[in-house]
Design a protein around this ligand. Sequence first.
Ligand SMILES: NC(=O)c1ccc[n+]([C@@H]2O[C@H](COP(=O)([O-])OP(=O)(O)OC[C@H]3O[C@@H](n4cnc5c(N)ncnc54)[C@H](OP(=O)(O)O)[C@@H]3O)[C@@H](O)[C@H]2O)c1
Length: 332
Amino acid sequence: MTETNLRILLKSRPQGRPGPQHFERSEEPRPTPRPGEVLVRHRFLSLDPYMRGRMSDAPSYAAPVALGAVMEGECVGEVVESHHPGFSTGDRVRGARGWQQWSVAHGSTLIKLPDQDGVPDSAYLGVLGMPGTTAWVGVTEILQVKPGDCFVVSAASGAVGSVAGQIARRMGARVVGIAGGAEKTRFVTEELGFDACVDHRGDLASALDAACPNGIDCYFENVGGPVQAAVFPRMRDFGRIAFCGMVAEYNQDPPPPGPNLMALVRKRLRLQGFLVSDHPRAWKQWSEVGGAWLREGGLRFREDVAQGLENAPEAFAGLLEGRNFGKLVVAI
Ligand SMILES: NC(=O)c1ccc[n+]([C@@H]2O[C@H](COP(=O)([O-])OP(=O)(O)OC[C@H]3O[C@@H](n4cnc5c(N)ncnc54)[C@H](OP(=O)(O)O)[C@@H]3O)[C@@H](O)[C@H]2O)c1
């Protein structure tokens, strides 16, 4: 049994692409569990795109990994020594144990894997782990896929996308993946059973037009960048987009200009366009509610009155330049 614990520490914060120079190896004696704790020998470590964010100290939804600390990551492993009543030697467990060979964890922070279920341990880091659960939330709760929807997912051969497409297909959608290269696109259709898969390294716009001739109802966004730019104009009326991640942009420093939509993911923002004409009942509701507020003096308004119909063109031009102050009307 290895008595030392090899750990990978974050040495410096990458600008752009992370590489070995940003990490440091450290060997320590194997840790010893105390009461309530469990000693775990790690078997598999999950590597996930979110880790790029943990290497940066830019504001985000989670704190960065401190310089000199063990990199964060989920592991599955085996209990070697237990001082917690919920675990026995030999149990298979999952937990956020970091980039290292061993760890001690309080039993309350570990999840026991089912016994002898025929599922490989590593699958609890992927298809049945965080990425698979992400796919499930995105498809069922955020996109609320309906039978007949045209559902598109980027990074379709990846951990999240591969599961998202399969869930959507089971929910009755026509599923189109986007992936990089012939080998991945073939895998997505032939192994995963998607209806189609297009290669973002080719002419993505034309390929999407061919695969989604009536447009896209649901887009599961994993990538951002040019893939996102190709998908957006092909969304149908009342389409839905689940912003899961934008891996193509994680190494870009500074981030791409413009309204960077990664803020939607980090801050769990809801973004929805609407047209008042789709809400006919609201007219009556608002005239009752707003009318009452107005009459009791609780609703203020200001008007900017242009005099004479002949002045309407000039007044309208002014509206687009900010010359009006308040609701612009023309006194005819
Ligand atoms: N919101 C959440 O809670 C949550 C949870 C988990 C994951 N995520 C996000 O979900 C996304 C997918 O994660 P994953 O774990 O499933 O990763 P993954 O798909 O297993 O791996 C990343 C894939 O992204 C694609 N990619 C990378 N750079 C690209 C680029 N420049 N242009 C186009 N495609 C590129 C590559 O696939 P191709 O070669 O096919 O392009 C690559 O294999 C990531 O954005 C991640 O941050 C979010």
